[in-house]
Design a protein around this ligand. Structure first.
Ligand code: ADP
Ligand code: MG
Length: 459
């Protein structure tokens, strides 16, 4: 029996005994890499799967080996990435040893304290963003594979690497993981991660205040990672400068990594020559992770907080949050923080209580009448008072707040708002909403009042 066939039959057995989600999360992307007598080596995609299989499923796997007639007594788990499914366009250049010339490069004498600040020692990278902590599923596996290729063969395989996708889907995480991995493999490599906004601002400072060191800062690196490139849209001079930076780096086979919320062809007012360069290497998109991947992300993040969530809690959150990973993480953090403070268990009941609120904030559950009543009640008034023509101060402010809430929660038009409060003139509604908007910014009491009325409305 070949290893592939053997592993398939083992997985077939396992699939019958664990939940569908567990199987998809922990077993689907595994491989039997080696079978040597009684020793087996199983390849997994990340450290969490490794830990999980080791701690929770090892006995079961051993039993299953035995069941299918292979007497394995020792399984080791090793992290390995599956082969990228696509072949990457080769730049056609000779493959240089990456960064061979960087360690003895003199520090530019022009780089003094009066010049543009020197890149931070860690290259602007956040160490928590690694490949190991990135969960791979069908929505991001191509982006993941391309990023790994860029990390393994900087400047040659995917140059530039252009990663695009909606907000909160893991672009920053992934492109920083490339930088961290390269730094890990080549501690001397000069990696610089910046947001596009920083690049734009640096460039403006350079032009306005004649600050020196701009070109050096960006061209004397081995890896340049620029996040949120869409920010360069409409900024002609910066685009021109970036074009030169790009060429200088690319010519020397320095790795360039770019993220953006849309593909190069959809960034408005991006110069044609820059657009075509962005498309030279590899462009990959990222989508919202599917249900199984969302579950795996939640489990991983929870175990990072040393919390083991019950499967139904995980599935509850993954079902209810389908916007992006950042919100998924936000919901999890909310649950864990709440449980830590209140001493509750992070179970489905608690999650339903907390996340039910998130769902309830959708405006269509609430009527204008309810908003007016709850606002009145908060101020110990009657809805009738708020609807009356009376101009007493203790009524005017609650009335204004009610108008503000009708606008913010139900998005009613100003004439509608006036109408709901029994008024003919809608300009008062406009002024009231504006006034409360302003005091929301300046005055914490108003903020608290409105927060607690909102709680009443949705609670
Ligand atoms: P973007 O840059 O696309 O807006 P981020 O990279 O900031 O998104 O991701 C938002 C959060 O979600 C980060 O905390 C990141 O670690 C997390 N995240 C996104 N995708 C994944 C994933 N596949 N595995 C683990 N964490 C992820
Ligand atoms: Mg980002």
């Amino acid at each position: 029996m070949s290893e592939v066939v053997l592993w398939q039959s083992i997985l077939g057995e396992i699939e019958l005994t664990v939940s569908r989600a567990s199987f998809a999360t922990w077993f689907k992307n595994t491989e039997l890499l080696e079978l040597n007598g009684s020793k087996a080596v199983v390849g997994v995609v990340n450290v969490f799967t490794k830990q999980q299989l080791q701690s929770k499923f090892n006995t079961q796997l051993l039993a299953t080996f035995k069941k299918v007639g292979v007497p394995v007594t020792d399984i080791s788990y090793t992290i390995h990435s599956r082969q990228p499914k696509r072949t990457f366009p080769n730049s056609g250049r000779e493959q240089k040893a990456p960064f061979a010339d960087t360690s003895d490069r003199p520090i530019s004498p022009s780089l003094t304290s009066s010049t543009i600040s020197r890149p931070p020692r860690n290259g602007g990278l956040n160490e928590k963003y690694t490949f190991e902590t990135f969960i791979v599923g069908s929505s991001n596996e191509l982006a993941f594979a391309a990023s790994q290729a860029a990390a393994r063969y900087p400047g040659t395989k995917c140059n530039p690497l252009f990663v695009y996708g909606g907000v909160g889907l893991g672009k920053t995480h992934l492109i920083q993981a490339v930088g961290n991995e390269i730094r890990h493999n080549q501690p001397d490599a000069k990696v610089l991660y910046i947001s596009c906004e920083t690049f734009v601002n640096d460039f403006l400072d350079h032009v306005r205040f004649k600050k020196k060191g701009f070109a050096d800062r960006y061209r004397n690196v081995d890896v340049l990672i620029i996040d949120d490139m869409q920010f360069i849209a409409g900024k002609e001079k910066t685009q021109e400068e970036f074009f030169h930076t790009f060429n200088a780096l690319h010519q020397e086979n320095k790795q360039i990594i770019i993220s953006s919320d849309k593909p190069p062809k959809s960034i408005p007012t991006l110069e044609e020559r820059l657009r075509s360069r962005f498309e030279w290497g590899m462009s990959v998109d990222m989508q919202l992770p599917d249900f199984e991947t969302r579950c795996a992300i939640l489990e991983t993040k929870a175990s990072g907080h040393e919390v083991a969530l019950e499967r139904d809690t995980v599935e509850y959150i993954a079902t209810n949050i389908q916007t992006n990973v950042r919100e998924l993480e936000g919901a999890l953090n909310k649950l864990l923080t709440y449980c830590e403070m209140s001493g509750n268990q992070p179970d489905v009941q608690t999650a339903t209580g907390l996340l039910g609120n998130i769902k309830a904030t959708r405006p269509h559950h609430v009527s204008a009448k309810q908003i007016i009543e709850r606002t009145a009640k908060h101020f110990q008034l009657d809805a009738k008072d708020i609807m009356s023509p009376r101009r007493d101060k203790h009524i005017v402010v609650p009335r204004q707040i009610a108008m503000y809430l009708l606008r913010s929660e139900l998005h009613l038009s100003f004439p509608r708002i006036a109408n709901e409060l029994g008024r003919k003139d809608h300009t008062t509604a406009i002024h009231s909403v504006e006034k409360i908007e302003k005091s929301m910014k300046l005055d914490s009491i108003t903020r608290q009042q409105i927060a607690s009325i909102r709680e009443r409305i949705y609670g």
